[in-house]
Design a protein around this ligand. Sequence first.
Ligand code: ZN
Length: 204
Amino acid sequence: MKIICIGRNYVAHAKELGNEIPQEPVIFMKPDSALLRNNDPFYIPDWSNDVHYELELVVRISRLGKSIERKFANRYYSEVGLGIDFTARDLQNQLKDKGLPWEKSKAFDRSAVIGNEFIPVTELSDPASIKFQLKLNGKIVQDGDSALMIFPIDELIFQISKYFTLKIGDLIYTGTPAGVGPVKIGDQLEGFLEGRKMFDFQVK
Ligand code: ZN
């Protein structure tokens, strides 16, 4: 399986990092070795002093497809989950300044947290407005609503599948809303999707 991530998919987050609003989705990938599951702790890598959490709605692909039309995109997923795209912001900024690829700062081991549970789209009260929150040490630091995405899920599937064949089990991290920030040793991170707790783990 592969992990496809979207950058700058919420206006307020693009602005908080000083980025332009993109005309097309920013797409990057993480290998399967980036996954962090089962509420295992996240260990801050020793080569970064500024690892940020980015809470993201995650779509799991349920059907093989390429060059998927927008109007059929909703047939290619049936569940959504919640994850964190951990980002070594210091290293990412160095790489961006040099015009180099982001991978080392974004795709490193255990940088892709995923909750154990996925919620069927049919159980969502409004699939066009999915609500999700991140608590850092008990306080809400990110409060997301998929209705505020620049590129909604179906548009992302259309755009991604122009370049990459989507396979069953592939995960799409759909971008983070505003409120990203650094983690430190001892922090507790809890993620909620439609009010249901999806993960709860410690930073070490
Ligand atoms: Zn992200």
